[in-house]
Design a protein around this ligand. Structure first.
Ligand SMILES: *[C@@H]1O[C@H](CO)[C@@H](O)[C@H](O)[C@H]1NC(C)=O
Ligand SMILES: *[C@@H]1O[C@H](CO)[C@@H](O)[C@H](O)[C@H]1NC(C)=O
Ligand SMILES: *[C@@H]1O[C@H](CO)[C@@H](O)[C@H](O)[C@H]1NC(C)=O
Ligand SMILES: *[C@@H]1O[C@H](CO)[C@@H](O)[C@H](O)[C@H]1NC(C)=O
Ligand SMILES: [Zn+2]
Length: 965
């Protein structure tokens, strides 16, 4: 799925924009922080966002006695096909519940003789037949062993059937079940989503199976390697439409037990994994197109959204993106159709069900009048991400969840290629630096990080599987695969990839299967030279956590590598098979000329060619294609800073962003001084490009967060105001006094940065501008004069400087919003107010699903917490209600980990540390679910913030003071 937990990169719309809130005075600070956070809040593009169980609190079972106590299925049985009928009821029954009923017949082969059938089944009520939960036959009509006993094993989510005799190896059996389940609003398995259209409440039955929820829809062998063919029949109300993975092949109207219904049968699926199944019953409408190779493409959504044309953009990009992947993979699209559907309630960002991809509305729908550039880009990237999975992940599937990083990392990398093909003028490929590489550096530089790949036997329980959906899997996966593709060269990479997909089509793999195919591609390419095999090079990036900082001393030519740790005092207790050294591809330039790439294979070596003379500078990790940071001797840093200050355009744009991000982080790690890092921001008054500015703002946000309640904030704000003002004026000029939209894609984003940051740093012109736009809207609510790209920051700033009148106006606009992205902007902007009672009231709304949907609750509380005024309120709120929040939202898409990180990010005092530890103790019994690790990280981060403030505050104030003279 789309970064589930992760979300990540794409949340742009809100994310980017965030900045504005702080406008006002001192309090202002939180915004930037906000921005970063918001991005992190996004939902994962695919998948599972949430962990519902506190893993650390589950006692590790001693070796289980019985096969049904194991979380993994035995290998004695193997499914071949299923016949499934499901009938969701979109009205409550006499008990006031929404339910579905169903029947399933699974045809399976016995591989090893056994007297036990173990099949996944969770939260289903099975109808008893002769006192047993299922009925068994032999496919060939012979008489199977009779059932001795059957029961539901709740802990491991199984239906267990003991037989009076053995099943025979090689023989094929059929197991029948008849069941009923709740169509709950829990976003898992077969569930319901509700929305209101034209004053009428409507119910949709939909599904989300990844990773372990198919077993909640029907009994099944619910592991990704248990592929089978699925024959699906959906029974649904007259007038509704049913969708599933395959094309519908027959629809008939009939009466069942006195109820008039429609039955829709689908073509049998290809051989596929259970987690990729999907069923949807709705009254949605659609738009249709087809690809060059005649694949039917449909975009489904609420009738009103379709009528407003919101599906048109996704439809337009789907064809080109599918065509791109067909060429890239050199394998044609494996199915007869591609449906994509936008759902009002969806836990992840999107989910790559094979042939029927499900999305949050904001990830699929786009309204050109109302939505921003960021909204549009999110649609492009998420669609590109999900379509990439149609081959990588769906056609060929990793055998088990421990290799999730390859599936998600791969899609997170190639989504940039697919999106770039669909929108070639956007330069979207370079954004991977911001939204994946720099983002994951922050996590992977901690001693508490973990390697990409885990052993299969370490990942068993559903909660352990959910934990795999994290930034390391998505973004580090993407970064190291990009590095691999760069050093092999794209033609070699895609040759290996294509032969891997062809060999394992409709089957399962482990990650080394891909390495084998890439190695074969290398072997058949005469002019490529690698220092070792793909396997040996990649193992160092995959099997050990973290990444190196490569240091080049241009006076001696010495080049060294060392495990980069953000906190130099942290202790790494996780052993590495490679002692934390890597095989590092160094692409570099000297004297403005790109040099022969160099592989750094040892801890340290000397390369005379890396010496420089005079004012010549050396720059390594061009395009940032390598997953590592770079440091130099001070002289080379001086030369680079000089170059930035004289003519920064000589340094490639990605590397300008890299210099900013590397120096700030090397300073955090005490490898460089903080003032050297600050000196790299001096040239920003000349910088007009988005990527370096975005990188600078993110790094400066940390300073702002640490300072915004302290004595140094005034000088910091003054310096940053001075740096941002020329950018603000630049945009005023190129937009003809804010009447036009910048032409270049990145300029559109950077305009938002300019306004957000200028307002936040207190630039009066900026505040007047945003306030007057919002007032114009309040005067005439039916005609919003604010350009979609600027809405988030304008709303936020106006609400931050305003009072209850602005807040209530925006709340009404939120309640009336029919476009999801518009609602998301308003929901976020409402967190920008500085009025405590408004913030408290908004916190209460977050726990009332009638006001704020469950799917939006965490991100809203987190956004309130990133507001400096809201932070202590949110912290009190969470501490007071933890048991309730955990009980109510524990099973769903509530991301406890984002919540805890957001609330504690600013913590930097002894007092806050004490409160945090107390919180951990107070609720140890209740648990923290997916927030368990985040809580440990919050404590670690608070400690390091305290140290940072103590060591840096005075130097920074001194430097800023001298700069502003
Ligand atoms: C079934 O009934 C619906 C609504 O009554 C009608 O629109 C549809 O055309 C019918 N379908 C068939 C196949 O008869
Ligand atoms: C038919 O409806 C009755 C009453 O609602 C119910 O008890 C019975 O289980 C239904 N039968 C089937 C096959 O759904
Ligand atoms: C899947 O791969 C395994 C191992 O490579 C092979 O034995 C099996 O025949 C393949 N199955 C299919 C359906 O291709
Ligand atoms: C820009 O717009 C503002 C507000 O509409 C106006 O007061 C100002 O005079 C304009 N400036 C220029 C140079 O046109
Ligand atoms: Zn994905």
């Amino acid at each position: 799925m789309a970064k589930g937990f992760y979300i990540s990169k794409n949340l742009r719309l809100v994310g980017l924009l965030i900045g504005a809130a702080a406008l006002v005075t001192i309090i202002a600070l939180s915004v930037a922080y906000n921005r970063e956070k918001t991005k992190n809040m996004q939902c994962p593009v695919d998948g599972v966002v949430m962990t519902t169980t506190d893993v650390s609190s589950i006692p590790t079972p001693s070796t289980p006695k019985h096969p049904w106590d194991h979380y993994r299925l035995p290998d004695s049985l193997s499914p071949i096909s299923y016949n499934i009928t499901l009938w969701p009821r979109l009205q409550v029954n006499q008990d006031g519940l929404y339910v579905f009923t169903g029947e399933s017949a699974v045809v399976f082969e016995c591989r090893r003789p056994t007297d036990l059938i173990i099949i996944h089944c969770n939260k289903l009520n099975l109808t008893l037949v002769n006192g047993h939960h299922a009925r068994l036959t032999c496919l060939d009509g012979a008489v199977p062993p009779t059932i001795k006993n059957s029961w539901l094993q709740v802990e491991t989510e199984y239906l267990v059937i003991q037989l009076n005799g053995q099943l025979s190896a090689g023989k094929i059996y059929v197991l029948f079940t008849d069941f009923k389940g709740e169509l709950a609003d829990d976003l898992e398995g077969f569930y319901r989503s509700e929305y209101t259209e034209d004053g009428v409440k409507k119910v949709v039955a939909t599904s989300h199976m990844q990773a372990t929820y198919a077993r909640k829809a029907f009994p099944c062998f619910d592991e990704p390697a248990m592929k089978a063919v699925f024959h699906i029949l959906l029974i649904h109300d007259r007038g509704t439409v049913a969708l599933s993975n395959g094309l519908d092949v027959a629809t008939i109207n009939t009466t069942l037990n006195g109820t008039e219904v429609t039955m829709t049968r689908f073509e049998p699926t290809k051989r596929m994994s259970t987690y990729l199944l999907a069923f949807v019953v709705s009254d949605f409408d659609h738009v249709t197109g087809s690809t060059e190779s005649n694949v039917l493409v449909r975009i489904w959504a609420r009738r009103k959204a379709v009528a407003e044309g919101q599906g048109a953009y996704a439809l337009n990009v789907t064809g080109p993106i599918l065509r791109f992947y067909e060429r890239y993979y050199n394998v044609s699209y494996p199915l007869s159709k591609s449906d994509q559907i936008a759902l009002p309630d969806f836990g992840a960002g999107a989910m790559e069900n094979w042939g029927l991809i499900t999305y949050r509305e904001t990830a699929l729908l786009f309204d050109s009048e109302i939505s921003s550039m960021g909204n549009k880009e999110r649609v492009t990237s998420v669609v590109a991400h999900e379509l990439a999975h149609m081959w990588f992940g769906n056609l060929v599937t990793l055998r088990w969840w421990n290799d999730l990083w390859l599936n998600e990392g791969f899609a997170s990398y190639v989504e940039y290629l697919g999106a770039d093909y669909a929108e070639p003028t956007w330069n979207i490929k370079e954004q991977i630096i911001l939204y994946d590489v720099h983002k994951v550096f922050a996590v992977d530089a901690l001693a508490s990080s973990h390697p990409l790949s885990q052993k299969e036997e370490e990942i068993n329980r559903p909660a352990e599987i959910s934990e795999m959906f994290n930034t390391i899997s998505y973004s580090k996966g993407a970064a190291v695969l990009r590095m691999l593709s760069e050093f092999l060269s794209e033609p070699v990479f895609v040759r290996g990839l294509s032969s891997y997909l062809k060999e394992f089509a409709f089957n399962n793999t482990v990650y080394t299967d891909l390495w084998d195919h890439l190695q074969k591609a290398v072997a058949s390419t005469p002019d490529i030279s690698l220092p070792d095999t793909v396997h040996n090079i990649m193992n160092r990036w995959v099997l050990q956590m973290g990444f190196p900082v490569v240091t080049i001393d241009t006076t001696t030519g010495q080049i060294t590598q060392k495990h980069f740790l953000l906190d130099p005092d942290s202790v790494v207790d996780r052993p590495s098979p490679y002692n934390y050294t890597w095989f590092v591809p160094v692409i570099w330039m000297k004297g403005g000329v790109t040099q022969q790439p160099h592989w750094l294979l040892r801890t340290t070596e000397r390369q005379n060619i890396m010496r420089t003379s005079g004012t010549e500078w050396l720059l390594a990790n061009l395009k940032m294609s390598g997953y590592y940071r770079v440091n130099y001797n001070l002289e080379n840093w001086e030369h680079l800073i000089n170059q930035l200050n004289t003519d920064h355009l000589v340094i490639p744009v990605i590397n300008r962003a890299q210099i900013l991000d590397d120096t700030f982080n090397l300073a955090r790690a005490k490898i460089l001084t903080t003032t050297l890092a600050l000196r790299t921001t001096r040239y920003l008054s000349q910088e007009r490009d988005y990527i370096p500015w975005e990188s600078a703002i993110r790094n400066l946000n940390y300073f702002i967060l640490m300072f915004d309640r302290g004595p140094g904030y005034g000088v910091l704000q003054a310096y940053l105001k001075k740096q941002i003002t020329p950018l603000f004026e630049h945009f005023r000029t190129i937009t003809a006094n804010w009447t036009q939209v910048p032409v270049a894609h990145n300029d559109k984003y950077n305009q938002v940065n300019a306004i957000a940051f200028a307002c936040r740093m207190g630039l009066e012109d900026c505040r007047l501008l945003t306030r007057s736009w919002f007032r114009d809207w309040m005067r005439n609510p039916h005609s919003n004069p604010i350009h979609p790209n600027l809405k988030s920051i304008v709303y936020c700033n106006a609400i931050a400087t305003g009072g209850v009148e602005e807040w209530d106006f925006a709340w009404i606009m939120l309640r009336n919003a029919t476009v999801a992205s518009e609602a998301a902007k308003l929901r976020w902007a409402l967190t920008c107010t500085k009025v405590p009672w408004l913030l408290n009231r908004y916190l209460e709304y977050c726990l009332d699903p009638a006001q704020i949907r469950k799917q939006d609750a965490t991100s809203t509380i987190s956004n309130i917490a990133s507001n400096a005024v809201g932070m202590p309120l949110a912290w009190d709120f969470i501490r007071a209600r933890w048991s309730y929040i955990y009980a109510e939202y524990g099973e769903g898409s509530f991301s406890f980990s984002n919540l805890i990180s957001a609330v504690t990010r600013r913590f930097s005092t002894e007092f806050e540390l004490k409160q945090l530890k107390q919180f951990k103790e107070d609720y140890a019994q209740v648990g923290f679910g997916s927030g368990t690790q985040a809580l440990a990280q919050a404590i670690e981060r608070t400690n390091s913030n305290m140290k940072w403030v103590a060591e840096n505050q005075q130097n920074i104030i001194n430097w800023l003071t001298s700069e502003s003279r």
